[in-house]
Each structure stands twice: as C-alpha cells, then as structure tokens.
Design a protein around this ligand. Structure first.
Ligand code: ATP
Length: 293
C-alpha cells in the first residue's frame, strides 16, 4: 500500500506543478493574446517613429468571419495628442487597442503610425514603440523588480526604483520585508488592483514609448486611489500620443477628440463641450455618470 501511495503522491505533486505552470502559460498567452497568423512581412523594416501620429482609416475587423465587430472606423491622433474612446460594453473599444498593437490583423482599411502601415513594419519595432496600461495587469510570478524591469529588460536597479517612485509604488515596495525582491503574483504577494496598476505604470515609465494606450479599469478602485492613478497616467502621457479607452468620462474632458463607439461604429465625435452641446449619446452618458457620482 505504501509502495503504491508514494508514487501516487509523487504524481499528485507533479500534476499540481504541471497544472500550475500550464496556468502560467495560459496567462502569458492571455496577456499577449497573440494569434499565430500575425507574421512580419518578408524583409519588413523597423517602424520609424517621428511623433507617433496614429491613423485608423476605414478599419473593418472581425474575430470570427461571421461576426463583424468594427464597421469602418476612422480617426486620427495627431502626434502628442490624446484621443478617447467611450461607449457601452462590447462596442469594440478594447478591440481598437488590440489592433493598434497588432495582436490581430484587420480585415480591410489600414492603421498607420507616422504614415507607415503597421502590417509593413516589424512587430518588434511596433511593440517597442507602444506602452499599454491595461485594465487588469497580469503580473509574472517573479520579483517586483522583474515585473517593473519587464518594460525595459536590462534596466538598472536605480532605474527600476526611479520608475517605481514616479508611479508612487516605491514606498509600498520598500515597506515589504524583501523590498524589490518580493515575489508577486498568484504564488507570491497579492497586490490590490491599484497597486498592480501602479506596477504597470512604473513598467511603462521605464519603457518610455512615444505612443501609449490606457485601457481604464472597469473594476472600481476607491475614489482617492482612482484620482491619484488618473493623475499619474496624466503625467505619464505628457507630450505623448495617447489612446484612452475610457470608462469614466471625467478622464476624457481634455481629450483632443472623443469618439463614441456603438456596435463597432463611431456614432458621435468631437470635443467634450461640443458633444455636450449636441445633446446626443455622449451628453446622456455624461448626465448619467454625474448623477451616479
Ligand atoms: P468593455 O467596455 O466591456 O471592455 P469593449 O467595448 O472594450 O467592452 P471589446 O472587448 O472590444 O469591447 O469587444 C467587442 C466585441 O468583440 C464583443 O462583442 C466581444 O464579445 C467580442 N470579442 C472580444 N474579444 C474577442 C475574441 N478574442 N474572440 C471573439 N470575440 C471577441
């Protein structure tokens, strides 16, 4: 019986180990969410970034051929400006961000950065130029230092710390017994939503890309935390080209242009004041949020 038990027990441990690493790999893929069919064009050059002006030109897209998601979306983000996308859940906001990062190729139309079609440049150069602060940051089961330095592999400890200070997460890290060597993630120290976002901000600060995508968290942070993080994102986005997927309209008031997306179509667009005056969908969303606050 004992003879049988030991190998079974061993198998149990092995199974748990394998299952855990599979979970990690799954997370990685969800994080990268990278379909196999996106390849570099043969001999593709690196993206040459001037000011990182973005153009979406009549973009059509479907995850599955039978269910179109975007129906001819066009907009521009001039270099160094911020464009915000708002709209109901499922309207295609995050899809725009995924397409700009080229997780998927579009069906028709084009996406250009400084005049270069993103399908014609290397994915590596494209992704080095873009920083994403996602809705829900997935942290690696590794040290805080590793998780921040992931933004720019090879960064020095001093650079990691400077980024953490700027993202207002340094004091928290320093207060843990192992500091920057603290292991975080599923199998380590669990961080709150706000702390995870700050790690993502520190990562992005370290990467210092010319183009940023902020996918605002839908999950509620407490309002003090939320305002602080918004202020930090604001600071990170200074003089950069920014696409914001916004859930709180207070973050879009100063945007160069606001796009209201519904079922994959831009149904209203303009600056905050003009959209309010128009009295349409944006104006009613604004009223609704004001009364909810
Ligand atoms: P939210 O505000 O809830 O984040 P969203 O406007 O960002 O929503 P998207 O995530 O862009 O919406 O999703 C748009 C549509 O595409 C949804 O109907 C969604 O079900 C579908 N979709 C998203 N990801 C995939 C996928 N990987 N495969 C198939 N369909 C998907």
């Amino acid at each position: 019986m004992i003879q049988l038990y030991i190998p079974l027990n061993f198998l149990g441990v092995l199974y748990r180990e394998i299952k855990q690493s599979l979970t990690d790999i799954e997370k990685m893929f969800r994080l990268l969410d990278r379909p196999q069919e996106v390849d570099d064009a043969p001999g593709a050059p690196a993206l040459q970034v001037q000011g990182a002006a973005v153009v979406f030109d009549n973009v059509h897209f479907a995850y599955d051929a039978e269910r179109p998601i975007l129906h001819g979306v066009s907009f521009e983000i001039p270099a160094g400006r911020k464009v915000a996308v708002v709209g109901p859940s499922g309207s295609g906001k995050s899809t725009l961000a995924r397409l700009l990062y080229r997780f998927y190729d579009i069906g028709s139309g084009s996406i250009r950065i400084d005049g270069q079609d993103i399908r014609q440049v290397t994915q590596d150069s494209l992704r080095r130029s873009i920083g994403i602060v996602p809705q829900d940051t997935v942290l690696f089961n590794d040290t805080v230092a590793y998780n921040i330095a992931y933004g720019r592999p090879g960064a020095s400890q001093a650079e990691v710390e400077a980024a953490a200070r700027a993202a207002h997460i340094h004091d928290f890290i320093a207060s843990t017994p192992k500091g920057y060597d603290t292991v975080v993630g599923e199998r380590g120290l669990k961080l709150s939503g706000g702390e995870k976002q700050r790690v993502a901000i520190a990562r992005t600060l370290l990467k210092n890309p010319p183009l940023l995508i902020f996918d605002e968290a839908t999950s509620a942070l407490d309002s003090t935390n939320e305002r602080a993080i918004q202020a930090e994102l604001e600071a990170v986005g200074q003089n950069k080209t920014v696409l914001v997927i916004a859930h709180r309209l207070s973050t879009v008031v100063d945007a160069h242009e606001i796009l209201v997306l519904e079922q994959g179509r831009v149904i209203e667009r303009g600056r905050h004041d003009a959209l309010l005056a128009q009295g349409g969908r944006y104006a009613s969303m604004w009223k609704l949020q004001q009364s909810a606050d």
